[in-house]
Design a protein around this ligand. Structure first.
Ligand code: NAD
Length: 356
C-alpha cells in the first residue's frame, strides 16, 4: 500500500523522536511491502520563527490532504511570551478542529520490564497493565457556554456541559470498534447518578451495546473509576468517557506506568485520517542531545498503522520490536535501571528497527 503522511516534527526533541519513528515506519514498509510518502510541515515555535504563525494555511491544507499526521511536540521557553493568538499550541488546537479529531485514544501499557518505574506496588502491577482510554475531545464542558455574572451582590460563574446524541454515538462507536480490536471489553465512565448529560450518555451507550453484543459492556461511575484505576487497573481493557472526565482519568492512568517518554496517543476523526503523537511535550531541557526516549513516538506510529491504515500485523510487529528492545536490556536515560545498557535516542530507534 502507498500512504501519505504529513510530518509535524515541531520543537525541542520533536525532530529527534520523529526521525526515529520514520526510521521504524520505513523498516515496516520494507518488511511488509508498503511505501510511506512524507511531507514535512513546520508547526509551533519553529513555524513562528520562519513564517510568523504557528502553522501556515498551506501547512494546514497538507494536514487535511493526507492519509495521516505524525506529530512530535511543540513549544519551549523561547516562545513563552509570544502573543496569545500565535502561541505554539494554538496550531495543535487548530489542527484538531480542522481535521475534526473528536476521539482521543490514550493507551496505558506497563511494560513488565519497567514495572519498577510504576508508583504502584508490584502485587498490583505485577500482572501488567494494558488499558486504553477513549476520550471525547470536541464536546462537553470545555466547549459549552461559560459566563460569570453578578447575582445578589456576588459573582457567579457558570460552565455548561452539553452533549447531543450524535456526539455520544460517534465516540461510542469508536470505543466499541476499538474494544473489538483489543480485548473485547468496554467500560463506559459517567456520572449518571447526578448529571443529565451522563444519563443521555448512558442511554446512547446502552443502545450501541445492543449492536455490539460481542463486546462485554459495563457502566462505571467516574469517581469509582478513579479509585479502581489505582486499586486494580488490570480489570480494564477499553474505557470510554466524555471530555473532562477523560482529561483527568487519562493523566491518572498514564502515571501508572511512571514513564512519560513511553506513552503514545491517537486523535481520530470519522474518516481514517488521524493525528498521532506521544503524550509528552517538547522537553527543551534535553533537546538536541540525542538522549530523549523515542518509544512514545514509535508506538504512536504503531497506532497510526493500526487505526488509520488498518495494518494490525504491522502494528503488532512494531510493538513486539519495542518489547524485545526492553527485554534485551536497552534503556534510554529516562528509563535507565541498574545492569541495563544505556542507549541514545537514535540507537534505540535503530535497535527497534533491527527487531522488526
Ligand atoms: P515535557 O513533557 O516536555 O517534559 C517534562 C519532563 O519529562 C522533562 O524533564 C523532560 O525532559 C521529560 N521528558 C519528556 N519527554 C521525554 C522523552 N521522550 N524522553 C525523555 N524525557 C522526556 O513537559 P514540560 O517541560 O512541561 O513542557 C515543555 C514544553 O512542551 C512546553 O513549552 C509545553 O508547553 C510543551 N508541551 C507540548 C505538548 C505537545 O506538543 N503536545 C504537550 C505538553 C507540553
Amino acid at each position: 500500500m502507498d500512504k501519505k503522511i504529513t510530518v509535524l516534527k515541531g520543537d525541542g526533541i520533536g525532530p529527534e523522536i520523529v526521525d526515529e519513528a520514520i526510521k521504524v515506519l520505513n523498516r515496516v514498509g520494507e518488511k511488509f511491502g508498503h511505501t510511506f510518502h512524507y511531507t514535512e510541515v513546520d508547526i509551533g515555535g519553529c513555524s513562528i520563527d520562519k513564517h510568523g504563525v504557528p502553522i501556515t494555511d498551506a501547512g494546514m491544507e497538507t494536514c487535511k490532504n493526507c492519509d495521516s499526521v505524525l506529530l512530535g511536540a511543540v513549544g519551549g521557553p523561547k516562545w513563552d511570551n509570544v502573543a496569545p493568538e500565535i502561541r505554539p499550541e494554538k496550531a495543535l488546537l487548530a489542527v484538531r478542529k480542522e481535521l475534526n479529531l473528536f476521539a482521543n485514544l490514550r493507551p496505558t501499557k506497563l511494560f513488565l520490564q519497567l514495572a519498577d518505574a510504576s508508583p504502584l506496588k508490584p502485587e498490583i502491577v505485577g500482572g501488567g497493565i494494558d488499558l486504553l482510554i477513549v476520550r471525547e475531545l470536541t464536546g462537553g464542558v470545555y466547549f459549552g457556554n461559560r459566563y460569570t455574572k453578578e447575582t445578589n451582590g456576588e459573582l457567579v460563574a457558570t460552565d455548561e456541559m452539553t452533549y447531543s446524541e450524535h456526539e455520544i454515538e460517534r465516540i461510542g462507536r469508536v470505543a466499541f470498534e476499538t474494544a473489538r480490536k483489543r480485548g473485547g471489553k468496554l467500560a463506559s465512565v459517567d456520572k449518571a447518578n447526578v448529571l443529565d448529560s451522563s444519563r443521555l450518555w448512558r442511554k446512547v451507550m446502552h443502545k450501541l451495546a445492543e449492536e455490539y453484543k460481542d463486546v462485554s459492556y459495563s457502566d462505571v461511575l467516574v469517581d469509582n473509576t478513579a479509585m479502581q484505576l489505582i486499586k486494580n487497573p488490570a480489570q480494564f481493557d477499553v474505557l470510554v468517557t466524555e471530555n473532562m472526565f477523560g482529561d483527568i482519568l487519562s493523566d491518572e492512568a498514564s502515571m501508572l506506568t511512571g514513564s512519560i517518554g513511553m506513552m503514545p496517543s491517537a486523535s481520530l476523526s470519522d474518516t481514517s485520517l488521524g493525528m498521532y503523537e506521544p503524550i509528552h511535550g517538547s522537553a527543551p531541557d534535553i533537546a538536541g542531545m540525542d538522549i530523549a526516549n523515542p518509544i512514545g513516538t514509535i508506538l504512536s506510529a504503531a497506532m497510526m498503522l493500526r487505526y488509520s491504515f488498518d495494518m494490525p500485523k504491522e502494528a503488532d510487529a512494531v510493538e513486539a520490536a519495542v518489547s524485545k528492545a526492553l527485554d534485551d536490556g536497552y534503556r534510554t536515560a529516562d528509563i535507565m535501571q541498574d545492569g541495563m545498557q544505556k542507549v541514545k535516542c537514535s540507537e534505540m530507534g535503530s535497535i527497534i528497527c533491527n527487531n522488526i
